[in-house]
Design a protein around this ligand. Structure first.
Ligand SMILES: NC(=O)c1ccc[n+]([C@@H]2O[C@H](COP(=O)([O-])OP(=O)(O)OC[C@H]3O[C@@H](n4cnc5c(N)ncnc54)[C@H](O)[C@@H]3O)[C@@H](O)[C@H]2O)c1
Length: 335
């Protein structure tokens, strides 16, 4: 039975705690949140949890064998420093950290970490994400040509004062949301050679906060990837990724799962029911967050690497920060 310690008991802390508390080989032990109201609500919901007074108290609890970092993005580095000092398995929500300086400090530490390190790129654990990577690598669409990613929120509800609406704390929709798709694109085409982006970067002043980015990346093999992401106050929301190749195209979307388009053929729905999660032998019932934690618990027990680890965490940060740098300077960024 793996004892779990949680840092940050907000939305994701609750989500992962809920899934881990139902896992047959995990149990919640302790948690810490800077906000006592959040902590109280968490302990009411999960009465087995012993509230801790500091991050250190969570990570050093001898019953904790797995540390889950679900504090806000700008606090990840602080949680990671404490967690890594213990040598215990770690899961850190995405993005890995907030700034280039933090990345410079954290990247070598997680790259050489002696135990499991997983980052919350949950789409790597979704059946559609796994199958898309597998089919493109297997040559289903032939040589990839280009890719189109839309990750649009049209009814964003956060207000000024919320850390998500503080660009310095969250990195806006680019670091917070697009990072997932940047990671999938990295998995498909490698880290891009060049990036050009235009972005709003959450301007101060308007009554309600909003954000938008349009970025074009070019891989070392010449695959052009166009990505659009938003936190806007009105308009429709959408979430899809299309990879176009010389022999066909694959589209992964929240609305229609995974579909294959071949010239002159009807659209083919790709079955996803039997897609395995990494090395996990057992079938996991539940959404991608349930699959993510199930695979990571299995990884801790059996020494399997997570589907999203240090490499994926660092590479996605480099590309996301490159997009922000390009938008800030109005220049192409070469990686
Ligand atoms: N993988 C995903 O799909 C997904 C979805 C949403 C959020 N996230 C990521 O998860 C992280 C948390 O997001 P959230 O939506 O749960 O935010 P949240 O604001 O709901 O929760 C964060 C919690 O951390 C607490 N906190 C603040 N500073 C802290 C500190 N120094 N130490 C401990 N706790 C602290 C806050 O009081 C709050 O309860 C973010 O990095 C976010 O980008 C990932």
């Amino acid at each position: 039975m793996i004892g779990v310690g949680i840092i940050g008991t907000g939305r994701m802390g609750n989500a992962h705690a809920g899934n881990l508390s139902k896992h047959p080989r995990a149990r919640l032990v302790t948690a810490y949140d800077v906000n006592p109201t959040q902590m109280d609500a968490f302990v009411k919901k999960f009465p087995e949890v012993k509230p801790a007074a500091t991050v250190e108290e969570v990570v050093n609890n001898p019953e904790v064998g797995f540390i889950v970092i679900t504090s806000p993005t700008y606090c990840h580095a602080e949680g990671l420093r404490a967690a890594m000092a213990t040598g215990k398995p770690i899961f850190c929500e995405k993005p890995l950290c907030r700034t280039a300086e933090e990345l410079k400090e954290i990247a070598p530490l997680i790259s050489s970490y002696s135990n499991l390190f997983a980052v919350g790129f949950v789409r790597r654990y979704s059946a559609g994400g796994i199958k898309l990577l597998e089919l493109v690598k297997a040559g289903k669409i032939g040589k990839p040509i280009c890719c189109s990613i839309d990750c649009l929120v049209g009814g964003w509800k956060r207000e000024w004062g919320d850390w998500f609406a503080d660009y310095g704390k969250s990195g806006g929709c680019t670091l917070d949301m697009l990072a997932h798709h940047i990671d999938l694109a990295n998995g498909l085409f490698g880290v891009p050679a060049s990036i050009y982006a235009r972005a709003i970067m959450m301007p101060q002043g308007p009554e309600k906060p909003y954000d938008y980015i349009s970025a074009t990346t070019t891989s070392k093999d010449g695959v052009i990837c166009n990505m659009e992401c938003s936190w806007l106050r009105s308009g429709p929301s959408d979430n899809f990724m299309v990879v176009y190749g010389e022999k066909g195209a694959l589209k992964k979307s929240d609305a229609h799962g995974l579909q294959f388009f071949a010239p002159g053929q009807p659209v083919e729905d790709i079955p996803l029911d039997d897609v395995k999660v990494g090395e996990l032998e057992e079938k996991v019932e539940g959404d991608m967050y349930v699959r993510e934690m199930a695979a990571i618990i299995d990884g801790i027990e059996n020494g399997h690497a997570p589907l999203a680890g240090a490499k994926q965490a660092i590479e996605a940060m480099k590309v996301a920060l490159g997009m922000l740098e390009s938008a800030e300077k109005g220049k192409v960024v070469l990686l």
